[in-house]
Design a protein around this ligand. Structure first.
Ligand SMILES: NC(=O)C[C@H](N)C(=O)O
Length: 323
């Protein structure tokens, strides 16, 4: 019988209403697993955290990465499931994908409706995620997100709807697999860039901020980020990654001072491309901003933080296999 380790971190899948009527992550992993009943997979369950994912800091992401690595290292474990809030699942799942160095599947899941709701989607999502983690077909695909019958590669996948029961979308793509009843099916296999080392404690304090371009935006927030200790600032440019004259002038100075300036886009899908001058993306890149391809904005932030925490200077060549 395949063996799957379920690691719980909180999120709506573990949430129920408190006295004030708001939902808070308050259920342990044994509650989640007890709702499943017996199946044909041996399940071991352990709590790592019990937090809404909107509360996570880098140190929490590192703890999850370490807990997953410890399970993957056990020969008797065939796969790992991580239950996690959906708000920032794209960040944690992508971090784990970047450091994933095993054929065994790691499968993230969660819920959009709390554990005490009559129509909670948690048990069905967890049952499916366990089936994916136990499936030999899921080996070699890296870190996956299994949600509402669909299976996504972590890289490129983001939360695209606040409340929909299937809230995830892959930029310029779709699910790579699905549940056919209880059967796990894949239609494609993600390309896997070389695995990076696990985050060290330096990751906890590596500050990478995001500032947006919008009509009338100046560089005050970008400058404040550097002042607060940011090692890198990601500009969420408009369109193909455009800024304005104020952001270009700031970027030139920041790059000269040793700050990494990443260039992403506030648009949901599509790459950053140096089409425009007069304060546009081409000028930001001339100022030294590094383009972050079509990686979703908040995954690009994680990539820079992991590289910088590992003592690497993210330039075009280093970033290329990950974009
Ligand atoms: N559906 C969810 O899990 C959202 C929740 N706020 C969280 O990320 O923890």
């Amino acid at each position: 019988m395949p063996r799957v380790a379920v690691l719980a971190t909180g999120g709506t899948i573990a949430s129920s209403k408190g006295a004030d009527g708001t939902s808070v992550a308050s259920r342990g992993v044994q509650d989640l697993v007890a709702a499943l009943g017996a199946g044909d997979v041996a399940v071991e369950a352990r709590d790592v955290l019990q937090l809404g994912s909107y509360l996570l800091a880098h140190r929490h992401l590192r703890l999850i990465a370490e807990a997953v690595a410890a399970e993957l290292a056990r020969p008797e474990v065939d796969g790992v499931v991580v239950t996690h809030g959906t708000d920032t699942m794209e960040e944690t799942a992508y971090l784990l994908d970047l450091v994933h160095n095993s054929p065994k599947p790691v499968v993230f899941t969660g819920a959009q409706r709390p554990a005490d709701a009559a129509d909670t989607d948690g048990p069905a999502n967890l049952r499916e995620a366990i089936a994916v983690a136990a499936a030999s077909r899921a080996r070699g695909h890296g870190v996956l997100i299994s949600f509402a019958g669909r299976i996504y590669a972590a890289r490129g996948t983001r939360k695209a709807h606040t409340v929909a029961p299937a809230p995830f979308q892959t930029a310029d793509g779709g699910p790579i697999g699905r549940m056919d009843g209880t059967d796990v099916r894949f239609a494609m296999q993600p390309l896997r860039p070389p695995a990076l080392p696990l985050p060290s404690t330096a990751f906890d304090s590596t500050r990478v901020d995001v500032v947006s371009a919008y009509p009338g935006a100046d560089a005050a927030l970008a400058a404040a980020a550097v002042e607060a200790g940011a090692a890198a600032v990601v500009i969420a440019g408009s369109g193909v990654g455009n800024g304005n004259h104020a952001l270009c002038a700031w970027a030139e100075e920041a790059v000269r001072a040793g700050v990494v300036v990443g260039l992403s886009t506030r648009v949901a899908e599509g790459p950053v491309v140096p089409y425009y001058g007069n304060g546009g993306g081409a000028d930001l890149m001339r100022a030294g901003a590094v383009p972050l391809g079509s990686l979703p904005l908040f995954q690009a932030r994680i990539l820079l933080a992991l590289l910088i925490a590992g003592g690497r200077k993210p330039d075009g060549q280093l970033l290329d296999p990950y974009l």
